[in-house]
Every structure is written in structure tokens, then in C-alpha cells.
Design a protein around this ligand. Structure first.
Ligand SMILES: NC(=O)c1ccc[n+]([C@@H]2O[C@H](COP(=O)([O-])OP(=O)(O)OC[C@H]3O[C@@H](n4cnc5c(N)ncnc54)[C@H](O)[C@@H]3O)[C@@H](O)[C@H]2O)c1
Length: 344
């Protein structure tokens, strides 16, 4: 199989990670690194490389040696860049969030389908061994029915110039949920609260509640202002409960056979209901340490080669946008519950 010619657009904070992982992926052949600031692109590439730096997106898109582009520029630029790349016949990997609005994202998804090109989201966490394992534990029924999800992603974060904390951090939690929830279980309503205690002009911390079609509730807390970094997700099931602590590599994932059961003794059910506590084993699955972006790049290359949708396709990006927009509407309405009406 011949390799796929790739250009990375954006050489800021995240772009160099795409460059490094593209270079380590044999199915991809990095041709260009493009940034408005060509010197930045040159500095990322270093001296000993055949990859060309440029500040011209046009030059990249006109190059027939480029079949695919990976876009790591700020969210506000995604719509124009992705559209131009698709119009030029390129396959596209784009950073989260897909676009700043659902409407724009939907146009891009339609355009990719019309052109028969791969449109993939870099929902990075979905390619981590830990999220893969969580997905398996849920799909195999080992957890039982998902009863609740509680996700905390807080640290001293970069206050972004163009997006609030929800649009910056919650795409991670929402794309993970989208990836791990059992088939047929989807969010049906959203409520969110946020605040901007430092006067940044946009929310710096937010609390998001999702009602799921199964009756379960998922909660996401994102915050740029926390002095300590907490990345913990608890997924409670009727049989087992998962605790994922992403800042503890020695015990990233724990599976607890511990929980609360309600048994009913018969006659007058309400009076005779018995609460029993299970205290079984805690299992810590062995997980490989593998950089998620390697998985992202391999999946992008495989989807192009096989002419199929990637695991995190444009539609998964759209489902995340639907939730983010609904959360924004809820914030504007003092935290009112917003029903999704089939958009997510
Ligand atoms: N998947 C993840 O875990 C993850 C982590 C961090 C950031 N991101 C995403 O990556 C994207 C970029 O974030 P960042 O923190 O690297 O931003 P950044 O501001 O550090 O870098 C963006 C770069 O893009 C360049 N650029 C802007 N417009 C351009 C254009 N039209 N053409 C060419 N270059 C252009 C800028 O010059 C800059 O160097 C965002 O969508 C962000 O959400 C994803």
C-alpha cells in the first residue's frame, strides 16, 4: 500500500503533537506543516526534515501529493479551513470542537458525505487504552445498566481567547460519553450552569447535567481555575462501578464490585424494601501505555484506505455540538432544562 500524503495545518500548542504522531505512522507521509506564522512551522519541524513549512493553505491544498489534511487551528477557523480542504478533494482530520456552531458543523458533514471524503474528529480520549477498556466493560454488560456518570475535568487551564470553558474542555467528556454509552442510550436533555469569577468575559467554570434516554443522569464539571488537576470519571453500573483517575497512571482504572442494592421483601413493598451494601473486590485492569494520537492517526489512515467512516466521524462531532449548544441555551436561561428533540 502506498502512503497517504498529509499536511498538518496549525503549529501552535497542539499541532506539533499531530506532526510527531503523523511522522510515526507508516501509512502517512507528512508533506507540509502550514501555519500563518511560517517561522513557527519551521521551528517545529527542525532542520533535518524533508517536510516543507509554509504559511499558505492554498499552496497545501493545490498540491496533488496531499490527499489528507489534519487541522489544529483555533475553533473559529475550522469551518473555512475544513470546507476549503473538502472542496479541494482532501480527507480531513479536525480538532475538537468541529465548529463553533451546530449549523456550520452540519454543513461540513453534508459536504464530506457529498464529496465522499473522510471527515474525522480528533476526539483524542476515545483512542486511549483506558477509554477503549471502559467501552468494552459497558458493551460486554460487565457493568450492568449504567446508572450514573460523574466526570470532573478541572485544572489551571489556559483561558482561551475564542471559546469558553464548556467549548474548550467539555468536548472531551461529551465525546467520551458518546463513545462509551451503550447503543441506544443517548442524551435527551441538558441543563448547565456557569460562572466567570475572574471577569474573563466568558465562563471559566461550568456544571453540565445530561439526562439520558435510559433514565440515568450524567454530570460534567469543567473548570479552568482549579489550582489542582483533577481528571476523574465515575461510571456507576448496576453490577460494577468504574473509577477512572487519569492523573494516576499506576491505577488509572479501578472496577469496583461495590455498591448499593435495593431488594424488596414482598407484601408492602415500600415498607419492606431492604437496602444492602455489596463490598466485593476491586480490580485494576492492566492497560498498555500508548499515546492516543498514534491511534487517531492510524484510524484516520485506515478510514481513508478502506473508504469507511472513522470511529469518531463528523457525526460524532455534531452530536457533541448539539449538546454544547443546548448547554449554552440553558446557561442563558438560568440553568433551565433544555430538551434535545432528537438533535444529539
Ligand atoms: N485533542 C486535544 O486534546 C486538544 C488539545 C489542545 C487543543 N486542541 C484543539 O486544537 C486546536 C488548536 O488549539 P491550540 O491550543 O493548538 O491553539 P494555538 O493558538 O496554540 O495554535 C493555533 C495555531 O494555528 C495557527 N493558525 C490560525 N489560523 C490559521 C490559518 N487560517 N491557517 C494556518 N494556521 C493558522 C496559528 O498561527 C497558531 O500557530 C483547537 O481546536 C483546540 O480545541 C485539542
Amino acid at each position: 500500500m502506498t502512503s497517504i500524503g498529509l499536511a498538518v495545518i496549525g503549529a501552535g500548542y497542539w499541532g506539533p503533537n499531530l506532526v510527531r504522531n503523523a511522522m510515526a505512522t507508516p501509512e502517512l507521509r507528512l508533506e507540509w506543516l502550514c501555519d500563518l506564522d511560517e517561522e513557527r512551522a519551521r521551528a517545529v519541524l527542525g532542520r533535518y526534515t524533508t517536510v516543507r513549512p509554509t504559511s499558505s493553505v492554498e499552496e497545501v491544498l493545490n498540491d496533488p501529493a496531499v490527499q489528507a489534511v489534519a487541522i489544529a487551528t483555533p475553533a473559529r477557523t475550522h469551518f473555512d479551513l475544513v470546507r476549503a480542504a473538502l472542496d479541494a478533494g482532501k480527507h480531513v482530520l479536525v480538532e475538537k470542537p468541529l465548529t463553533p456552531t451546530y449549523e456550520e458543523g452540519a454543513k461540513l458533514v453534508a459536504l464530506a458525505e457529498e464529496r465522499g471524503r473522510v471527515l474525522m474528529l480528533d476526539h483524542t480520549f476515545c483512542y486511549t487504552p483506558v477509554v477503549r477498556r471502559i467501552r468494552e466493560l459497558i458493551a460486554s454488560g460487565e457493568l450492568g445498566e449504567v446508572q450514573f456518570v460523574d466526570s470532573v475535568r478541572i485544572n489551571l487551564g489556559l483561558v482561551q481567547p475564542d471559546v469558553d470553558v464548556l467549548w474548550d474542555l467539555a468536548p472531551h467528556d461529551l465525546s467520551i460519553l458518546d463513545f462509551v454509552l451503550p447503543q441506544g442510550v443517548t442524551p435527551i436533555a441538558v441543563a448547565a450552569h456557569s460562572s466567570d469569577p475572574i471577569g474573563a468575559g466568558r465562563p471559566c467554570l461550568a456544571y453540565l447535567t445530561l439526562w439520558l434516554s435510559s433514565g440515568a443522569i450524567a454530570h460534567v464539571h469543567v473548570n479552568w481555575l482549579s489550582p489542582t488537576k483533577i481528571r476523574t470519571t465515575v461510571i456507576g453500573g448496576s453490577r460494577r462501578t468504574i473509577v477512572w483517575d487519569d492523573v494516576n497512571p499506576a491505577q488509572r482504572l479501578s472496577v469496583y464490585d461495590r455498591g448499593v442494592d435495593l431488594t424488596s421483601a414482598g407484601e408492602d413493598e415500600r415498607r419492606a424494601a431492604l437496602i444492602s451494601y455489596r463490598t466485593g473486590d476491586v480490580v485494576v485492569p492492566a492497560l498498555p501505555e500508548r499515546e492516543a494520537l498514534r491511534g487517531v492517526m492510524s484510524e484516520f489512515a485506515a478510514a481513508i484506505a478502506e473508504g469507511r467512516s472513522p470511529l469518531t466521524d463528523g457525526r460524532s462531532g455534531l452530536r457533541v455540538l448539539a449538546l454544547l449548544e443546548a448547554a449554552g441555551r440553558s446557561i442563558q436561561n438560568d440553568g433551565k432544562r433544555i430538551d434535545l428533540g432528537g438533535t444529539a
